[in-house]
Design a protein around this ligand. Sequence first.
Ligand code: 1PR
Length: 550
Amino acid sequence: MPTVHLLDYVAGNVRSLVNAIEKVGYTVEWVKSPSDVSSAEKLIIPGVGHFGHCLSQLSKAGYVEPVQAHIAAGKPFMGICVGLQALFEGSEEDPEVKGLGVIPLRLKKFDDGDKSVPHIGWNSANTSGKGEVAEQSLFGLRPDSKYYYVHSYAAPYREGELEKEGWNIATARYGNEEFVGAVAKDNIFATQFHPEKSGAAGLRVLRAFLDGRTSDKLASQPSAQDTREGLTRRIIACLDVRTNDQGDLVVTKGDQYDVREKDGVSSGGAVRNLGKPVDMAKRYYEQGADEVTFLNITSFRNCPVADTPMLEILRRTSESVFVPLTIGGGIRDTVDMDGSNISALEIATMYFKSGADKVSIGSDAVTAAEEYYANGKQLSGKTAIELISAAYGNQAVVISVDPRRIYVASPSDTSHHTIKTSKPGPNSEEYCWYQCTIKGGREGRDFDVRQLVQAVEAMGAGEILLNCIDKDGSNSGFDLELIRDVKEAIKIPVIASSGAGHPGHFAEVFEKTTTDAALGAGMFHRGEYTVKQVKEHLQEQGQLVRRFEE
Ligand code: 1PR
């Protein structure tokens, strides 16, 4: 098999990129020292995380000059995400750090005045410019395809500016900002999005680069509807995984977090078994899920951390599922079975190396947020959130929130932030607050969701997975009041979760709140609806979705 050299400066999930490269018929050789760069014919620099971290790692290890020489020699070079950003002169993210300076522009942070930052999800990489449809595709990019982006900084697009220097540009639009989604010139190609996480559309782009096909004639011209720009509605399939009473790893699903079969009125039967995690993840990928989330809901006690079955699930899933994978459950400082201490960062690292793109933290985030307030809102720099986001970027850290409604007759009955609810409580209470819980809802804290999400945002979390115990498994729709309240409190993206029972609930949550993504579990697992049906419904309602490509 032909080879491609990959330069990994410890930037996150490179396993997916290796899997994607192998899928399109190439093998990876690792660049282990600067001298390996000169023997590379094709070179890829992937990347997530901070601009400064990437450039300083490259510079410390002596890679800057060999990479510049590789590019100057006219050999094929591809940069992905921060690997694209490295080509620029500099970035607002780390103003004192110099980029490679191949592209005479600086990167800027997205304006969070009118939208969530980071920009996470599926967006265009359109070469058509000003609404005209190009006849040639650039490295397999298509105006009607969507690609997975995750970043806070981008190169603003100003028409003609880079083109006059000979660059070909593909753009995307986020809110009212147009930015560079991909650039190409001679032997250089770079994408702000992650081709290895962009399904078949992304694999096509990787293959085109590796085969050296800079442009192809488009087979047919897409319709104006298909080339609509902007971030699509993101649909996530969530798999709660645990061992059942026979010791098998199964996907399960609770009602208000109770995953045992109900025997008449009381629960306490066997753990519901809805299928095998890897098979189900693959099925949802093929139905068009934009992301797959695994929650290890029992943390698999009695097993050395390095052998946790979730690592194997991720490895196997990432071989055939080319969309982002999130893993949650048990991400905290831990004492292993042999008595050794393992930090949350080390656990996260194992997950990233096994194919995860994001880790999701539940209970540990609540404890850390409580301490943050106890210390007068001082960041300690030592929490799992801070350490993981410093190493892998904040987009890699999701906080899973498990709130429960507490009704009160009047806001003065509690010190917590309340909302006036349109669904009064059992004693006709008109107000409620959302209590944070830990340990899968088993323990309620004197701490509200607003306090939690604001604290974790300050600590560097990149996204909130907003569950709701009252709604979980109810098939009665999302808790719109909770979602609106959380969206108002923070700038980072929010994933609405709990309660989806049919496609109309997804349309409703996108119409009536500003949620950034929506997640479903039970309705997909029970085979009542497919992800494809949800997307078709959203499209019928005029909402922009990514269509699945073979
Ligand atoms: O605390 O960091 O170890 O993480 C534990 C993780 O496991 C948390 O993310 C927590 O939400 C999750 N978890 C713990 N116990 C349960 C349980 O069900 N007994 N599952 C549990 C939470 C909730 C959602 C679910 C949606 C959608 N699952 O992810 O998928 O509610 O369901 P629906 O569409 O069927 O209504 P830590």
